[in-house]
Ligand binder design. Sequence first.
Ligand code: NAD
Length: 374
Amino acid sequence: MRNGRHRTALVAGGAGFLGSHLCDALLAEGAEVICLDSFVTGRRQNLRHLARDPRFTLIEADITEPLPAALAARRPEAVFNLACAASPPHYQGDPEHTLLTCVLGTRNLLRLAESTGARFVQASTSEVYGDPEIHPQVESYWGHVNPTGPRACYDEGKRAAETLCFDYLRAGRADVRVARIFNTYGPRMRADDGRVVSNVVTQALAGADITLYGDGSQTRSFCYVSDLIDGLRRLGSLATPVPSAVNLGNPVELNVAQLVERVLALTGSRSAVVRRPLPADDPRRRRPDITLARRLLGWSPCVPLETGLRACIAWFEEEMRPGACRPSQAKDAAAEAPAVADLHRQPAEDASQRSRPRRMNQAEDARLVARPGR
Ligand SMILES: NC(=O)c1ccc[n+]([C@@H]2O[C@H](COP(=O)([O-])OP(=O)(O)OC[C@H]3O[C@@H](n4cnc5c(N)ncnc54)[C@H](O)[C@@H]3O)[C@@H](O)[C@H]2O)c1
């Protein structure tokens, strides 16, 4: 560790929306970065620009399986666990795998941190609060979660992962920090991930009807991705362990109908708004209390919603341009990202397999590790 910065950091889930931005931030500050990802929801194109960076290594593997031995050999000083499908259609697509990713996968990475002495940063979620009874949500609130509903694989999985993290911390087995991340948006979100910002922006840009669930009075707080990554880095760089989870999110709250209005104004779209019933267990209110993050990390978000939305709209405009690589296209993004795809020894999966994670033989781990340019 140099000046609180990590020389070698492992980012599990590094091909995803947040993970790929974290890889960028860690590389920018001089770290060597190992990205481990199964590509169940992540995309190769998120890493394409890193293909020739000699400080970047990509490992394709599933954290629910025994981890590649090559990882421990690299002795990362920090392990960031972002590996988990994060949007409802994706994590509900294979709920068993989502739960196991949270529990078994987190355990595998915690054991790695224990054996290498690495600092461990867990990407938890505001979903641990469920449909909250107190507002705004403070870290001391235990939550109001349906343990058997369709969101439970994620919500309860993330809660169990937190339990594991704090048990490792209490037992002195690993230096663990837990970030409870609230809705985050920005470039590299997938158009098909079913999250409110991506849904509304892509529908507005396409001139399609905008789906408003319920009466639109349910609230959310949207954090721009650069702010969130800054918070995660600060949490990972803190000199002392933190005995509590830390909320990371933007405390500016607005309701979903207001978000739709802003997106319509910014895009100039004439889309109509159509109402649909609220999905099961959809939280009515969401807003983080970030007092702890302010005090501990000196952190608070600084990107205004309008600035972030403009950047996000520009991203989706590019994504939806005719001929651009779109996540919903049947062809795997790997075929369009040869520089990074070349790093993998595994054949690109076809679209019919993509809805389920590929279970790999990780005994082959020596063959999975590749460095750009080698
Ligand atoms: N984006 C948000 O608003 C938000 C909010 C709360 C929490 N989070 C958390 O942050 C993390 C990243 O979220 P995101 O929005 O970038 O989601 P994402 O789906 O874009 O990224 C998740 C990444 O993890 C990988 N992954 C999933 N299961 C895996 C497994 N078993 N083994 C290896 N890799 C696996 C996926 O392929 C993907 O690259 C998640 O843990 C999520 O729970 C995100």
